[in-house]
Design a protein around this ligand. Structure first.
Ligand code: AMP
Length: 624
């Protein structure tokens, strides 16, 4: 495996990093910028533009310039967020052939995956040009609240861009890694990651123990970001201009593009300067009367703060919600990390610090921190970095109880969440119309030795022989560790489900204890499990052999018939208490009997002059 790059595929900007000789390196683009606008455009000539060049022509080619496509990826066209995006963007959002939200550029419909792939390809090329080598592997980050579909779609975007996406990592987790919180020996802690970017605001509360992160809660506002701050400045400039000249510059595309660029620049400069001059010469030329008009104004930091304070306050509401959802008080939070370019603004840092009553950590560039974290994760996977552990994972194995009290795992411990897994199960006796589903968590082979999380029943299964019904059992774990277990009868579509919290009430010590105990008892458990599996197999064989015996036994010579009848009776007697070795012998005996019976059956059929089964006749499936 070659070098793995870490890509922060942002709503507004994207950033790519990698590890070189154990050093984290943020890779600049050809223009020397360490972040690249997540903007894609197609010109009237059909040329594809990505990044800064696309952003620069955004106002004049608004209909064919896509930004913030991250708000659409993996979403249905009729989702509420998509409806809101449709009202706020100048390009067309359309319903794709699969019912997902797509975009239309120069009359061509494109999926958000394809648009994102163009951005990812650009990031890949930035890295390749800088490093002078081909890059295939990448880690891509996504917001912690992204569901399975959004993560999968992001992965697909990577594939379209020619990348092997070795992992999708949560942005706040990547940030925590970049701030050095994943290193071994850093004890248990709760971390709030405040991420105010260009277009969205996310707050995540993480718990970190021994380098393993879990997301306790997430909240945010998908329509709050730096652009709202820019708009506040634009309004301040345009309102004044309108009062003086009676013209609304926001209605003039060229003027608006220039206002946007100047407003954003002034905002950024005011993070270090106390005041800036905003000069926009020839911003508007009236058709008659006065000559060309200009803007010349001074904006002070305190005026800017007055203009945007309500936006900063708006970001604190989701912070309250996230704390509440995580069942924490502000004082329980050990670290506050800042992510997103907007957190460079001193007033934002101050208010967040006041809110959590903590010194906020600003030691890593907030617009690079997520991609650096992704690169670190890449370094861990590639073995270049060894002192950091795993990420957002399920602490213990989850599964269900199956025949004979065996624990059958569906999701192994340390699987990165969110994740889902489906397996098909069947009935163990004839005419079973109800299947009990017992959800368990733990590392032992037998159900009774693990922790019971929930029980429910799937009823209404049509009576049929054992092994015939197909029951799909699905475990789904969301980003907060919430597990949904559902069981669905594939024939009738009947479905039942429960929600459980996978890691409810277990401390790290508990988890370690469970894992240790499982290791100690592994041999004993294994033997017990094998015995039960062998018994299940023997029961299945006994069932089918008895049926064939009833149907074809009489074709056997009388002494063989007698012997087989005795064998079957003895096996029935012995089965419940047989040891593993005895069960093996039983299975061998039953298999031999089954073969003998099928011979007898064919002999009988041939004797009766019937044809051999024609090719293509359906095979009879074994009992499950
Ligand atoms: P991100 O999405 O993290 O790249 O953040 C982009 C947002 O951060 C944009 O709205 C930028 O204008 C804003 N931003 C970048 N640098 C600064 C700065 N020095 N001060 C204030 N805002 C900034």
């Amino acid at each position: 495996m070659g070098r793995t790059i870490g890509i922060d595929l942002g709503t507004t900007n994207s950033c790519v990093s990698c590890i070189i000789d154990e050093e984290r390196v943020v890779i600049p683009n050809a223009e020397g910028s360490r972040t690249t606008p997540s903007v894609v455009a197609i010109t009237d000539d059909g040329e594809e533009l990505v990044g800064q060049v696309a952003k620069r022509q955004a106002q004049t080619n608004a209909k064919n310039t896509v930004f913030a496509v991250k708000r659409l990826i993996g979403r249905r066209f009729d989702a509420p967020d998509v409806a809101q995006a449709r009202r706020s963007v100048p390009y067309d959002i359309v319903e794709g052939p699969n019912g997902d939200a797509w975009v239309e550029l120069q009359g061509k419909e494109m999926s958000p995956q394809e648009v994102s792939a163009l951005i990812l390809k650009e990031m890949r090329e930035i890295a390749e040009d800088h490093l002078g080598e081909e890059i295939e592997d990448a880690i891509i980050t996504v917001p912690a609240y992204f569901n399975d579909a959004q993560r999968q779609a992001t992965k697909d975007a990577g594939r379209i861009a020619g990348l092997t996406v070795s992992r999708i990592v949560n942005e706040p987790t990547a940030a925590a890694l970049a701030y050095g919180l994943g290193e071994q020996g850093s004890g248990a802690m709760k971390v709030a990651v405040y991420d105010l970017g260009g277009g969205t605001f996310d707050i995540s509360i993480l718990e970190m123990t021994e380098g393993v992160f879990s997301v306790l809660s997430t909240s945010g506002d998908t329509f709050l970001g730096g652009e709202d701050f820019d708009n506040a400045i634009i309004d301040w400039l345009a309102d004044d201009f309108e009062m003086e000249h009676g013209v609304d510059l926001r209605e003039d595309r060229m003027a608006l593009q220039r206002l946007k660029e100047e407003a954003e620049q002034a905002k950024c400069e005011l993070s270090s300067a106390e005041e800036v001059e905003i000069n926009i010469p020839f911003v508007y030329t009236p058709e008659e009367g006065e000559g060309p008009l200009h803007i010349e104004k001074t904006l002070t930091r305190s005026k800017l703060e007055e203009l945007v304070d309500h936006l900063i306050e708006r970001s604190l509401d989701p912070c309250r919600t996230a704390l509440q959802d995580a069942n924490l008080r502000r004082s329980d939070v050990d670290e506050v990390l800042l992510v997103g370019g907007m957190t460079r603004m001193p007033r934002v840092q101050q208010r967040v610090g006041e809110f959590f009553d903590k010194q906020v950590d600003t030691s890593v560039n907030p617009d690079e921190v997520v991609s650096i974290g992704a690169a670190i994760q890449g370094g861990i996977i590639g073995g270049e970095l060894t002192d950091v552990l795993l990420l957002d994972v399920t602490p213990l194995t989850l599964g269900v109880e199956t025949a004979g009290g065996v624990f059958t795992p569906l999701i192994e411990r340390n699987t990165t969440v969110p994740c889902s897994h489906t397996e098909i199960f069947s009935t163990s006796v004839d005419n079973q119309t109800m299947v009990p589903i017992h959800v368990l968590q733990g590392e032992r082979s037998m159900a009774k030795d693990n922790k019971s999380l929930a029980r429910f029943e799937l009823t209404g299964i049509p009576p049929s022989p054992r092994g015939v019904p197909k029951i799909a059992v699905t475990f789904q774990i969301n980003e907060n560790g919430m597990v949904t277990v559902s069981a669905r009868d594939q024939a009738t579509g009947q479905e039942q489900s429960v929600n459980v919290v996978a890691d409810g009430g277990l401390s790290d010590d508990d988890i370690e204890q469970i894992v240790k105990e499982a290791q100690a008892k592994q041999e004993e458990d294994q033997r017990r499990k094998e015995t039960i599996e062998m018994r299940n197999q023997a029961e299945g064989l006994l069932y089918s052999t008895e049926r064939s015996f009833d149907m074809y036994g009489e074709e056997l010579p009388p002494d063989e018939y007698e012997e087989m009848a005795e064998d079957i009776a003895a096996i029935k007697e012995l089965l419940d208490d047989a040891s593993l070795e005895e069960l093996e012998t039983i299975c061998t005996t039953l298999e031999a009997a089954a073969h003998r019976l099928s011979e007898a059956m064919y002999d009988a059929v041939e004797g009766a002059g019937a044809d051999a089964p024609a090719e293509g006749d359906e095979a009879v499936a074994d009992d499950v």
